[in-house]
Design a protein around this ligand. Structure first.
Ligand SMILES: [Zn+2]
Length: 193
């Protein structure tokens, strides 16, 4: 019996979510210096993919606030952040300055999510950037936000949190971190205010 044309095929109607694979420690691309963005149209699509990939990671892992384009295999100077109830789309970000005072933090990374690294960051930073429409802006950040910006800017230069470990005692699995160190996450370690 002829059933006539198929009018609904769930396979055809499947809409893929643009969640990208997050490349992991050991992939040499993570060590490359990302190139400046020139094509803002393509950058807007990459930023949308970064947002969706971040949300997917948050849903599956219960943490995560920022991601750089190189982590989804696009070595361009693009960062997507969500912190303090706001989203930031930073094109060609550049560190303008950092404070002398420092914070001691346990840092984590989507590219090796089960390892935390104790390191020191500037307590405050200022970052210049361009938005996806080509409008220049700058952002001043402190505490968690400052730490996050420095982490993502490092990615654009092929630098990973493990490179900034203070010493051989600066590594913990996520389970050991939760058990031993979670309450000491951010500590100010002096310098000028
Ligand atoms: Zn990272």
């Amino acid at each position: 019996m002829d059933r006539g044309p198929t009018i609904y095929d769930p396979v055809c109607y499947h809409i893929p979510v643009p969640v990208r694979e997050i490349i992991q420690l050991g992939n040499p691309l993570l060590r490359e210096k990302s190139r400046p963005v020139k094509d803002f149209r393509a950058a807007a699509q990459t930023l949308a993919d970064l947002r969706d990939t971040l949300h997917d990671f948050q849903q599956r892992n219960g943490f995560g606030r920022g991601i750089s384009a190189v982590q989804i295999g696009v070595p361009e100077r693009l960062i997507y952040l969500e912190i303090g109830g706001r989203a930031y789309k930073l094109v060609n970000p550049a560190l303008r300055g950092g404070s002398h005072d420092r914070i001691l933090v346990w840092d984590d990374c989507f590219s090796f999510p089960q390892i935390l690294v104790r390191l020191v960051r500037a307590a405050q930073v200022e970052v210049d950037y361009v938005d996806p429409h080509g409008v220049a802006g700058s952002v001043a950040a402190d505490g968690d936000f400052s730490e996050l910006l420095q982490h993502e800017l490092d990615h654009l230069d092929g630098i990973l949190a493990i490179d900034r470990a203070i010493n051989q005692h600066s590594f913990a699995t996520r389970a050991e971190y939760e058990r031993r160190y979670a309450r000491e996450r951010v500590v100010t370690v002096g310098g000028k205010q």
